[in-house]
Design a binder for this molecule. Sequence first.
Ligand code: BES
Ligand code: ZN
Length: 442
Amino acid sequence: MNPPGLDDLLTCLRFPSVSTDSTRNADVRACAEWLLAKVQGMGLSGALHETPGHPVLVAKNKHVAGRRTVLIYGHYDVQPAEPLNEWKSPAFEPTIRDGRIYCRGATDNKGQLMAHVQGLAETLAKHADLPVNLVLLLEGEEEIGSPNLKPFLEQHRDLLKCDVVAISDTGMVAPGVGTFTYGLRGIACMEAKVHGPAIDLHSGIFGGAIANPVTAVARLTATLHDAEGRVAIEGFYDSVRPIAEWEREAWAALGDGDAEMLELTGSPALFGEPGYTERERRWARPTAEVNGIGGGYQGEGSKTVIGREAFVKLSFRLVPDQNPDNVLKSAEAHLRSHLPKGVRLEIKPGHTGMPYLMDPHSTLGTAAQRALKKVFGDKVALIREGGSIPIVQAFKDVLGVDTLLLGLALPDCQAHAPNENFPIANFEAGVRLNQALLAELA
Ligand code: BES
Ligand code: ZN
């Protein structure tokens, strides 16, 4: 027999709600509609709110004056499932193997969000109410940078008014170890396109006399880092806040992470900014990453051609006190000043999100840690994460509140990758965590 709520999670997972793929728009909406019916059936009242993109779900219990108001946020959109042939079971057919549910979105974020929903459902069924005023906010655009959610917050300050936000969309350091995340990296994306000749050219007839855009993109990309892995953009590290001494100690106390990193990634060696441990590099240092690069012939065999253009897709992970817009500006200046001769550069800025950092020892932070202890036992890991949830700093800026990040994903849950999965045990722990958290916050 499946544990309570698991069948609902499996139903939720069957919607291929890929936010970046416009051919999936109807599936994204259907997922939102299903969620709305689900939470209405539990006794919450709510609605879907239209945006220029995917709908936002807001639902509440009956608010009582004097109670603390908790906003629980989650996202029902998922990343694309490609490459499909690397999945051991179909990407959108949840399949249980060895106690884990395999499906796109299982861990990021439907498993974690449905644990909250199930926690709420059980409390509502038992007590016909919750111990707090609840605002449930579920969006369908997190995986594309939440472009419409910040304006939505600004337009609906009263509807979303709360004392604190809680999110389960981050990781646990190891199975069974309660993990409180008090910081996230921010992000800034851009695409650089290099234009060469007006048309594709025969590389024998023309090669040697004009610049090849693919070569230019490769050279340009190579200027972003020095040989040891530091980002070489002028001023990139200027506003980076140093890691606090207590953080270095707390993270070191988690044990040596190098072996686990090698095992998880299958890389032949670790690599990165000198002077920092692998956790410090991922959680508290900024990066420049190449997410895609292309141009020229990609098919079978060889084709002697000089393509007329080439591109590179970049994202920068940012830490306090870097500003995404400033980073995009200095990155563009860097690329323009390092552009090889004979080509033209076009820059397309992409989505951005601010980094986040809160005091884990605040009143609300300690309440969240008490809830983790109730569910997972006395040892709580205090960490930052390298991933981004772009709306979190906007909760602070627009609604004036901190966010408690209580993640349930394990390091090997394969978020964004083929064979994404979520342990059923983590789902069940998440249900209890929701109940413990609301009790503590009340
Ligand atoms: N759940 C992740 C963020 C995350 C993952 C935080 C692991 C901490 C640890 C979220 O769904 C995500 O993937 N965010 C994107 C945001 C981007 C597309 C704007 C990310 O970090 O790449
Ligand atoms: Zn994600």
